[in-house]
Write a protein that binds this ligand. Structure first.
Ligand code: SAM
Length: 332
């Protein structure tokens, strides 16, 4: 079988596939979705489990994909997720399989996910205070997230990483507290700059908490020094906290973009390949699949989709346009 590379004109090769399992979510984080939710993808447009596994198989067996991150929406609300992960593990015995999740329900499913072949999880948690959690997510569920984190650790889904978005006047004053909480439990915390990917199109540059502000907040309680290991294509800049071994990461997609090292490609729950979170074009692999295309034809289409990747996300360009799909529908 011919193995192709997912390369682009700027020398980057995509080996990390982010797969959205659903656009639905059981939280309503204010920086992501409106309170009433969104018009969800209709069932007939969603890839079936078989279609999803087949496309991932094309990625792994023919296109050099080595890492797969399941995301959404909320991946744990997809029925059949344990089975999907088990089938992907069979296709890629050496692939790195991870999941980005809000951890609701993870307390129940962590062991089954680990047994099916999941390697690790990134859990989103912006605050450990119940009132702030409710303000941000519009749900009173912080204890469930905390239980999910503990279950992930116990099931061996580590190193457990925690993703946090800071919002000015809501939780930006809690950065040191959240870091202390994570360090005490051995979780690796990463702060993510808020990006223009909200469904409401309400993002404003002067409203977001920047990496520099995050460093200033953390400096009130901790001494950060750059971690020694090379960053490679990882989105997070890593720092040792108080000399280590604990670390903290900052994903500064807006103020310190890392597009030149990007090795990611995305597959949406309705079978569209996107070569960037901020891409304005998609390639319809679902249509190809349902029209009877063979795997090598699907692989060729996927290669063409990545070949057109732009050098950067363009948030700073005067003509920047936010993608039509929000983060929850692309797969964050
Ligand atoms: N539901 C899962 C979760 O909560 O992790 C996976 C999907 S969620 C879209 C993935 C990550 O994107 C979460 O950590 C979330 O906080 C983050 N996120 C959502 N909207 C964002 C935005 N506008 N800017 C930056 N991060 C965002």
């Amino acid at each position: 079988m011919e193995v192709l590379q997912l390369g682009d004109r700027f020398g980057r090769v995509a080996t990390d596939l982010r797969v959205s399992l659903t656009d639905k979510c059981n939280l309503r984080c204010t920086y992501c979705m409106p309170a009433e939710g969104l018009d969800w993808l209709p069932d007939e447009k969603m890839l079936t489990d078989d279609e999803l596994v087949r496309l991932i198989g094309v990625g792994v067996e023919r296109l050099g994909i080595q890492e797969i991150r399941f995301t959404g929406g909320e991946p744990l609300v997809r029925r059949g997720i344990v089975d999907i992960i088990g089938r992907v593990r069979e296709i890629g015995p050496d692939a790195d399989l991870s999941m980005t999740t809000n951890a609701l329900g993870l307390a129940r499913s962590a062991q089954a996910l680990a047994d099916a072949g999941l390697d690790r999880v990134n859990v989103s948690l912006d605050t450990v205070r119940a009132d702030t959690f409710k303000t941000i997510t519009r749900r009173d569920r912080v204890d469930d997230v905390i239980a999910g984190l503990a279950a992930a650790e116990a099931a061996g889904l580590g190193p457990v990483k925690v993703n946090a978005v800071l919002m000015r006047g809501v939780n930006d004053d809690q950065a040191p507290e959240l870091l202390r909480w994570c360090l005490d439990r051995g979780y690796e915390l990463r702060f993510i700059e808020q990006m223009p990917l909200d469904a409401q199109h309400g993002w404003q540059r002067d409203g977001m908490v920047t990496a520099d502000e995050i460093f200033a907040r953390l400096a009130t309680g901790f001494a950060l020094t750059p971690a020694k290991e090379p960053r490679g294509s990882a989105p997070a800049e890593l720092f040792l906290v108080d000399g280590g071994p604990g670390t903290v990461g900052v994903i500064a997609s807006v103020t310190r973009p890392f597009c030149g090292d990007c090795d990611r490609v995305r597959l949406t729950a309705d079978g569209q390949v996107r070569n960037c979170l901020f891409a304005r074009d998609e390639s319809d692999l679902r249509l190809a699949l349902r029209s009877g295309a063979a795997d090598d034809e699907i692989a060729r289409r996927w290669v063409a989709a990545v070949a057109g990747k732009l050098p950067g996300h363009g948030i700073d360009d005067p003509g920047f346009l936010q993608p039509d799909r929000p983060m929850s529908a692309i797969g964050g």
